[in-house]
Write a protein that binds this ligand. Structure first.
Ligand SMILES: [Zn+2]
Length: 473
């Protein structure tokens, strides 16, 4: 996939700090602006084009469709605790008083100890001058997944945060809490898990008297996460594979469904998340939570970083916390099932169709050779037409190893093909510059139905633990 910039200086390549359009409050009233402000901040709207939305409802499994429709029918009013009719109050966070319109950087201890290592992690809190929801942004719950830490660190930089920047506390409605690296001990060791070998994203909500990782989960759940209205958890694929930028959310949880769509990228996987994962536990407590996946662990995929930054800004604009119109993709793939491409041979893998490729049934997506048998090569073919959302990056394979993870696309193919680059890879919204603003009814929803093999999107990757039938990155 081609990038629209040649270095990693995101401050210059993402042209965000211009709020587009008037400031709209929760009550749909437009805040007054002076004529100078209007001239400087309101470029003409994009020309509106109308497309008839494609009806896809009959493609989603009936039972799941009913669950989602029922949940979306229950969307209520904004909670009175952040009604914009009230004035703004101080934000109390960890017994610290944060005044409206200010930014505070705080050190937060993952463990409560008097002696020994308390694992302090940096938390930035932006408390807006207007009332609004509390959004928590998390990176590196898995210590070796670096896309989240990079995106959140850039967002906390002076190019994006501060007076006259895109996240301006004097304009912001509500509160943003940012923890770029949750698993700092794992990050320092360049490993996924906590030092006791446990996966934090299987330990929520945790217990205060249990093992180390469970104590950390419990502390951040009770002190930070459970008081959030929206949680965005940034991840990358685990070792040996890479993911195209995608959102995972339980679409039958109404407010999670809303923010999953407002992130503004094409691929949304409907999945409630494994037991003990933050997404699942947050939804069980009726807190909106989505997981963003982009790139792989141990790598700083610049495209995944850029797309996640656009996505967060989109989401904050959609929630009317920031001024400006959120951008939206031309189409969305709402997937409730997938197909695995597997190797039938062992050897060394050469991937021909990387993650993001749109492949045809029978297309050769990879070849396998064996150094002990020079001249012999086996092809791996795609069993069905679809979009590869994940592919193996580790060359060692055995018979049965997953090579790729495919969303079978049956409708909307011509729409999708219009957004392929020269190499047949999907150009994801936000990867080629700031995406345009669109009406919601201009977006084509493409449903991919089926089931997640093993119970969740990534259950087939990696080691199989019989006590845990679900997996997630
Ligand atoms: Zn992860």
């Amino acid at each position: 996939m081609k990038l629209n910039f040649t270095n990693h200086n995101f401050a210059h390549c993402i042209n965000l700090p211009i709020p587009r359009g008037p400031i709209v409050t929760e009550d749909d009233t437009v805040l007054e602006m002076t004529s100078d402000e209007v001239q400087s901040k309101t470029p003409p709207r994009l020309k509106r084009r109308r497309f008839a939305p494609i009806k896809i409802a009959n493609q989603i499994p009936m039972r799941r469709r009913k669950e989602i429709e029922k949940a979306l029918g229950e969307v209520g009013e904004s909670p009175t605790k952040w009604s914009r009719k009230d004035g703004t109050k101080n934000h109390i966070f960890l017994r610290k008083r944060i005044k409206p319109g200010t930014i505070r950087h705080i050190e937060y201890d993952l463990l409560d100890v008097e002696i020994g290592e308390s694992w302090p992690v940096p938390v930035s809190v932006v408390h807006g001058s207007r009332p609004g929801p509390v959004v928590t942004l998390l990176g590196a719950i898995h210590g070796d997944e670096l896309v989240g830490p990079l995106a959140l660190t850039y967002l906390c930089g002076s190019n994006f945060m501060g007076p006259d920047s895109v996240i301006d506390p004097s304009v912001l409605a509500g509160t943003i809490r940012i923890i770029p690296i949750v698993n700092l001990p794992g990050y320092r060791r360049m490993i996924r898990d906590f030092p006791d070998g446990r996966d934090l994203n299987r330990c929520f909500p945790g217990k205060s008297d249990s093992n180390t990782t469970s104590r950390v989960a419990n502390k951040i759940w009770t002190q930070i996460l459970s008081s959030s209205d929206y949680i965005i958890d940034l991840h990358s694929a685990a070792k040996g594979r890479t993911n195209i930028p995608q959102i995972r959310a339980n679409l039958a949880h109404a407010s999670s469904n809303k923010i999953a769509r407002s992130f503004g990228i094409e691929t949304i996987l409907d999945s409630q998340g494994p037991r003990g994962s933050l997404r699942r536990v947050a939804n069980e407590n009726d807190i909106a939570c989505i997981t963003y996946e982009g790139g792989g662990s141990d790598e700083a995929d610049p495209e995944s970083v850029q797309i996640s930054m656009y996505g967060i800004i989109n989401l904050l604009r959609s929630l009317r916390m920031l001024p400006g119109y959120p951008s939206k993709p031309r189409f969305r793939i709402l997937a409730s099932g997938s197909v695995w491409i597997r190797s039938d041979q062992g050897g060394l893998l050469d991937v021909l169709a990387p993650a993001g490729s749109f492949v045809e049934e029978g297309e050769i997506v990879a070849t396998i050779t064996d150094p002990e048998l020079p001249g012999v090569q086996h092809d791996v073919v795609s069993p069905i037409r679809g979009l590869l959302i994940s592919s193996a990056t580790h060359p060692f394979v055995n018979s049965g190893s997953p090579i790729g993870h495919l969303l079978p696309v049956k409708r909307g193919v011509s729409t999708l093909k219009k957004r392929l680059d020269d190499e047949g890879c999907l150009i994801i919204s936000g990867s080629d510059g700031e995406p345009p603003w669109r009406e919601d009814d201009e977006i084509e929803d493409i449903a991919v139905f089926g089931e997640w093999s093993g119970g969740s999107p990534d259950a087939e990757w990696g080691h199989v633990n019989p006590s845990e039938e679900e997996d997630d990155n």
